[in-house]
Design a protein around this ligand. Structure first.
Ligand code: ADP
Ligand code: MG
Length: 386
């Protein structure tokens, strides 16, 4: 193993790998950070899951019971996919490949059930798969993975973890910024523009693309509503909208940590059935659920005063119908995607896990107790040596 802990931070090349609840594929970022964790150099690449792997993962994450054999096979297959994708990415960068020092791999969440914190956190559990050993052996560098369990062990909800990375990547003194990440689940980070990380406010908001994706697949055989085109053809059904606002997670106190568990098949079936009873056409179901997605985001952010600008990231930032709704909901703020701050909106999360891996290696905590409910700040992740 090459020296890592002693190596100067600004020379450390880190590969961040993220695959989120959308189950679309893996985002990869090769990043070199400056001493203050701002970005000195960054390259990005996306690797879509081949459909057999996506199907296998989808079955595991949406089943209540899975076989030990099935889970272990998926862990290995996903680790192998990450490795193949990382190798191809590094190859495409030529000489950069040899300079790799560290990997921060989020893995694929198979189960995340962590609604309580403090005393109510006893039953919190989280599991990410994607073999870190396969990555470490194959790339010859140490891999940090399993970022959420340290926070859960500290009686937190284990999510969201991106907020501290958002602070390092986007914070501007005296500017109120709301970072909204629209993945499968949506989460928001409010950066009030101070230097104190305990001022950060962040939470999961509700569904991101997850509900719209699943309904699109059911009704149109499409994996998602590209650029919000279907939604823009329909209109919002007030009755269906009111029905959606009765979802149980909206009765829970913010901050929240949400997962696929809250927006699974049963929820989707009940929405589609109710829309049918109301006679809402298929386009309008998508418009209404997209509006509900925007509502959940705005609701989560309603206590954030002084929002000067909103930075959108994640795949949902390409949904123009959703972006227009969000602009209406934050009338006083300038709305951009994160590229205005120099970061590709599709890779904020993979860069975030590269950054969190660096914090850990530098002995610094990566969670925020006011966000996850943890009893204290902890260093995140497990290291697998090459
Ligand atoms: N052009 C687009 N128009 C609308 N939605 C998009 C577009 N591109 C991606 N998406 C949405 O983004 C999702 C992937 O977002 P991503 O940020 O990778 O989420 P996750 O972190 O959950 O994997 C897709 O499943 C899709 O719903
Ligand atoms: Mg994704």
């Amino acid at each position: 193993m090459r020296p890592l802990l002693g190596k100067h931070l600004i020379n450390r090349y880190t590969l961040g790998i993220m695959s989120g609840t959308s189950l679309d594929g893996a985002d990869l970022s090769l990043v070199r950070f400056k001493r203050d964790y701002s970005i000195a150099e960054c390259h990005n690449s996306y690797a879509r899951f081949p459909s057999p792997l996506r199907k296998e993962l989808f079955e595991i994450v949406s089943s209540k019971v899975v076989s030990k054999e099935g889970l272990l096979r998926a862990d290995k297959r996903l680790g192998t996919f990450y490795l193949k994708s990382a190798r191809a990415f590094l190859r495409s960068l030529g000489a950069k490949a040899e300079t790799l020092d560290l990997v921060g791999c989020h893995g694929q969440t198979v189960h995340h059930s962590a609604e309580g914190s403090g005393r109510a956190a006893a039953d919190n559990v989280t599991l990410q798969i994607g073999s870190s050993d396969i990555l470490a052996q194959g790339l010859g560098v140490p891999v940090l993975s399993d970022f959420r369990t340290a926070d859960v062990a500290a009686r937190g909800r284990g999510a969201p973890l991106a907020p501290l990375a958002h602070f390092y990547l986007f914070n501007i003194r005296r500017t109120g910024q709301l970072v909204i990440n629209i993945g499968g689940i949506s989460n928001m980070t409010y950066l009030p523009g101070t230097a104190d990380v305990s001022d950060i406010v962040a939470t999961d908001c509700g569904p991101g693309n997850m509900l719209v994706d699943q309904i699109c697949l059911k009704s149109f055989g499409k994996p998602y509503d590209r650029n919000g085109r279907i939604a823009s053809k329909g209109s919002v059904s007030e009755k269906l909208y009111r029905f959606l606002k009765k979802m149980s997670f909206l009765r829970k106190r913010i901050p929240l940590a949400l997962g696929r568990e809250q927006f699974g098949d049963d929820v989707v079936d009940s929405i589609v059935r109710h829309a049918d009873t109301l006679g809402v056409d298929e386009d309008s179901v998508i418009s209404t659920v997209t509006r509900f997605t925007a509502y959940c985001i705005a609701r989560a952010a309603r206590r954030c005063r002084k929002i000067d600008r909103v930075l959108l990231c994640g795949g949902g930032s390409h949904n123009m119908y959703l972006c227009d709704l969000l602009q209406e909901m934050f009338p006083g703020a300038k709305m951009h995607d994160s590229s205005v701050a120099g970061i590709d909106p599709d890779f904020v999360e993979s860069i975030a896990f590269a950054l969190l891996a660096n914090l850990t290696v530098d002995g610094k905590p990566g969670n925020l107790p006011q966000v996850t409910g943890a009893a204290k700040r902890v260093t995140l992740g497990k290291m697998t040596l090459a």
